[in-house]
Design a protein around this ligand. Structure first.
Ligand code: AMP
Length: 590
């Protein structure tokens, strides 16, 4: 195995983290809280991310550089900049807007837009107002959107005119909890959609001089939806105190320094995009690059070069797509400023780590975390050698271990190196989720004593590096997005021709897994190509492109357990031509 030693510091920037064992021994969360300092009224993420910088040295520095679709007069991608001071004013104004509407502390707010300035302003303005904020992915179709608005009992929705017309209008009548919808007009225009408010008109009427709402470290701040094997999505509740994890991981796992230009490519509609595309760079006072467009290999190389990105946080699917686009394209651009690259969300193959080193001049540092952990837990950092293919080691302040489930329903630690078990994290880190919305029982079952059980299978080697093995459940990771098979099966089964559907992740060399559905049809229906196309279109319309199945295979019957559950594990084994494993619970004839 190639081991990549720690790289010498470049551009005279000394890494924040060089002594793994020493830093872990010295580390305390109260030190991090001291570094952040006291906040008026308790602890509010928006104070640390926004208000604080309005009166410190960052005020006139660039907080965001939004990269637009067109080029400027020197042929570079045109950008719009916003300083920390300008951003703070917009955020305060949005807090005013919410207060004028009577939206108070604890009221749930959903933000459903593309990566436009109003998204960042709305998230922080609502946090500042003490609301519980859910940013939702703009590629969600009406069904996942409605499910999440209903589950979260959202009172306020911020969206764009285009998304309103395409996704919200049809479902609005079925969302009685929504009291206010603020719409951002397309290309700066005002909107006059009945029963909605024009975002910019409301902002123009606000003066932005209202105080931050007092919140404590234990008050709910963010509600992130995540998928499980069964049932509706789970709402993971996160608190304002999570800010300590965001700050610490910005130091240790992303090596942020005040002069950095940081690009997190994740969409804020997913937890990585909120924690590291919105909150963490603001906490550290660095400039964030935001690209409103979708992935395009040449565009991404251009952004890295033209924006002089120094720290880049991206995802394995994107890296594999860049690798696929070939070396000629990569060599058209240079990245002398790029100092540190990290990746998250799916297994990162060792050749991708080495590709980073050879093509971009920096190896890629894989790290691991999930919606429930709220921030990075395990990482390859500048402080120690990278073992390509490994997720790295637990960060300071984080204890991890491998456990196995015992017959009495408990767990026991797996001490022997390289033995597979479930990855567990010792409870108590600041960004630990504090509940699943309306599901205390599910939350309790996520813990065994002091340990949070992650649902991921992994191994730890003798040097303390963790290696991902797979998921313990049936959720699907496709292009870095977590998809619950149940949500997809439900939509397929709403179609009048479908008797039953079973959904799996079919391994794919680029996106990790593609969503594949096995469908049995009702009596009298013809399982032909026309029906397949119709079902693909039906799913795409309801679920959105990010969630809908890419493949549908018709089958006569789906395999069930004796208790009637579809055996997705068996569908997957059959798809891959693997042994079917224990089929003792299989219903006869399945
Ligand atoms: P999410 O909650 O959507 O962020 O997804 C979290 C899940 O993504 C984890 O539980 C893992 O299954 C997977 N994941 C995250 N990071 C990694 C990684 N570095 N390697 C392998 N799988 C990962």
């Amino acid at each position: 195995m190639t081991i990549i030693p720690t790289s010498p510091s470049t551009n005279s920037v000394k890494p924040n983290f060089t002594d793994y064992d020493g830093e872990r021994t010295r580390f305390s969360w109260s030190d991090i809280e001291r570094q952040l300092g006291p906040a008026p009224g308790g602890c509010n993420i928006a104070y640390y991310a926004v208000d604080r910088h309005d009166c410190d040295s960052h005020r006139n520095e660039i907080a965001f550089r939004f990269v637009g679709p067109n080029t400027n007069d020197v042929g570079e991608l045109a950008t719009t900049e916003m300083t920390f001071g300008e951003f703070a004013l917009q955020v305060r104004k949005f807090t005013d807007v919410l207060r004028e509407l009577g939206v108070g502390k604890g009221d749930p707010v959903v933000v459903f837009t593309g990566r436009i300035p109003e998204l960042y302003v709305s998230i922080l303005g609502a946090l500042r107002n003490g609301n519980i904020v859910s940013p939702l992915f703009s590629a969600f179709g009406p069904e996942p959107l409605a499910t999440r608005i209903r589950l979260g009992d959202a009172h306020v929705l911020v969206t764009t005119e285009q998304l309103y017309r395409r996704r919200v209008e049809k479902i609005r009548g079925s969302l009685p909890s929504l009291r206010h919808i603020l719409v951002v007009g397309d290309s700066g225009s005002t909107t006059d959609i009945p029963d909605t408010l024009d975002f910019h008109s409301a902002m123009a009427d606000a003066d932005g001089d209202c105080d931050i709402t007092p919140t404590s470290a234990d008050d709910a701040a963010l509600l992130h939806f995540t998928s499980g094997t069964t049932g509706t999505p789970k709402g993971a509740i996160h608190v304002h105190g999570a800010v300590a994890t965001h700050y610490a991981t910005g130091l240790y796992a992303l090596d942020l320094h005040p002069s950095d230009v940081f690009w997190c490519t994740a969409d804020p509609g997913w937890v990585t995009g909120t924690s590291y595309g919105v909150i963490t760079p603001l906490l550290h006072g660095v400039t964030s690059i935001v690209d409103s467009n979708e992935f395009d290999a040449e565009r991404w190389y251009r952004i890295l070069e033209e924006q002089a990105v120094t720290v880049w946080y991206t995802a394995p699917t994107a890296i594999r797509m860049l690798m696929k686009s070939g070396p000629e394209l990569a060599h058209k651009y240079s990245h002398p400023n790029l100092r540190f690259i990290a990746s998250v969300g799916e297994p990162l193959n060792p050749d991708a780590v080495l590709w980073g080193r050879d093509v971009l001049g920096r190896p890629i540092h894989d790290n691991w975390w999930q919606t429930e952990t709220g921030g990075i837990m395990i990482a390859n950092t500048p402080g120690f050698a990278i073992k390509p293919g490994s997720m790295g080691r637990p960060l300071p302040g984080i204890d991890a271990c491998i456990v196995r489930r015992t017959d009495d329903g408990g767990t026991a630690p797996v001490e022997t190196p390289n033995v597979e078990g479930e990855l567990a994290i010792r409870r108590g880190w600041p960004s630990m989720f504090r509940g699943y919305l309306n599901n205390d029982d599910r939350y309790r079952r996520a813990f065994a004593g002091d340990w949070y059980l992650t649902g991921d299978l992994a191994k730890r080697d003798a040097d303390g590096y963790y290696w991902f093995v797979g998921r313990a459940d049936d959720v699907i990771k496709s292009a870095g997005h977590l998809i619950g098979p149940f949500e997809v099966e439900n939509v397929l089964m709403e179609h009048p021709a479908v008797a039953e559907a079973g959904v799996i992740g079919k391994p794919d060399p680029i996106v990790g897994a593609v969503v594949k559905a096995f469908v049995s049809v009702k009596k009298g229906q013809n399982p032909d190509d026309a029906l397949r196309r119709e079902l693909l279109g039906h799913s795409r319309k309801k679920l959105g492109a990010a969630v809908a199945p890419k493949e549908i295979e018709f089958v006569d019957v789906l395999p069930h357990t004796r208790s009637g559950k579809i055996m997705r594990r068996l569908l997957k084994a059959r798809e891959l031509g693997l042994p079917e494993g224990d089929t003792s619970t299989l219903e006869v004839g399945g």
